[in-house]
Ligand binder design. Structure first.
Ligand code: FAD
Length: 317
């Protein structure tokens, strides 16, 4: 089922998760081990991230190095298919522009269509390691809005090398990313929201947000979006803090502010277990307030922490 259909038929707040493909070399069992403890809460769908290739220097043993360009976490399409078959739960693959040509993207979309996967979260991706700013693939897209257009075209039966063909089209439900605290490259939130609006006008049917730790930022974001005529559902993305070092890494990586009260409590925590407990309690409070506000879905970034997510979700669902 499409994300939009889940939302349409929902009888209350829905639950969804995001996972990462395992590092290359691991097998699908590592995905099942990650998800098994979380499945009893009946997520409506599971997002699977997409990753660009990275460049490494490998010692050749003779004092020289060779350049290796490879993806550390491939497998998004296959993992989505495995999730759908194993758990009978919908999967939402992410697709990114960075590192991929339009032709490669079209092939990924055709594969997804063959596998009966009709959801996609369309993203730009970040700059490659070693680059200071995002550089598009020479035959690829510069912004997510162009990727949204490619998917919309395919839904109309327009492949890269053809005009519209009757009867031969995909049927993807398209989501895009939104940033309650502004995307870090954009000078103002207002301009960033104009770009978000362009993605929706191009055909995106819902917005999935970057994580935030202050619900007011989400409420303000929704209100501003609505005032600008962005009417699609806005799904909050959520994550628990579990380590003191995240007090500096998370704001930097994700361009967000941590509420002072949360930062203070975590700084004063006696040990790792206390830090984790504070992170869990904070997120539970966030979820309760968001649920009361009437959000359509609570979407959890599970990263490497299924046991912590479980301790949150069991208090909410
Ligand atoms: P865009 O919408 O293209 O925006 C990027 C920047 O360009 C913004 O500052 C925007 O304001 C600006 N912009 C947009 N259009 C224009 C225009 N026409 N002219 C000038 N400026 C413009 N990354 C991954 O690599 N893999 C993933 O699986 C992944 N999943 C994610 C899931 C979610 C829910 C979120 C929030 C992020 C995810 N990311 C992922 C990270 C994402 O790729 C980065 O945040 C990236 O830097 C921006 O992606 P975007 O789709 O928002 O880009």
């Amino acid at each position: 089922m499409k994300v939009t259909e889940h939302l349409k038929y929902a009888k209350g707040t829905l639950l969804s998760y995001e996972i990462l493909p395992p590092l290359k070399g691991r097998n699908i069992q590592s995905i099942y081990d990650h998800l098994d403890p979380l499945m009893e809460f009946k997520p409506s769908w599971i997002n699977v991230t997409y990753h660009r290739s990275e460049t490494f220097l490998r010692a050749k043993g003779d004092g020289n190095f060779e350049k290796i360009v490879t993806r550390k976490r491939p497998g998004t399409v296959g993992i989505c298919s495995a999730i759908m078959n194993h758990y009978k739960t919908d999967a939402v693959p992410h697709l990114i522009c960075g590192g991929f040509s339009k032709g490669e993207t079209e092939e990924a979309l055709i594969d997804l269509n063959f596998l009966g996967i009709n959801n996609v979260l369309a993203l730009r991706g970040d700059a490659a390691k070693g680059e200071t700013m995002f550089m598009p693939h020479k035959d690829g897209h510069r912004y997510a809005v162009e990727l949204v257009k490619q998917v919309v075209d395919l839904n109309r039966g327009k492949y890269l090398d053809t005009e519209i063909r009757d009867g031969e089209h995909t049927d993807f439900c398209i989501g895009v990313a939104g940033y309650p605290e502004r995307h870090f490259e954009c000078a103002t939130l207002e301009t960033d929201l104009q770009h978000l609006k362009a993605k929706v006008e191009m055909g995106a049917e819902y917005i999935m947000t970057q994580m935030f730790f202050d619900n007011q930022k989400y409420f303000d974001f929704v209100e501003t979006c609505r005032s600008m005529g962005i009417t699609v559902p806005i799904i909050p993305g959520l994550k628990p803090l579990t380590k003191k070092k995240q007090l500096t890494t998370i704001p930097k990586i994700f361009n967000l502010q941590l509420p002072e009260a949360l930062a203070r409590e975590m700084k004063n925590a006696a040990d790792d277990a206390a830090v984790e407990q504070i992170g869990i309690e904070w997120l539970v409070q966030q979820c309760r307030e968001l649920k009361a506000y009437g959000v359509p879905v609570l979407h959890f970034y599970t990263l490497g922490k299924p046991s912590v997510i479980r301790r949150v979700v069991e208090q909410i669902f």
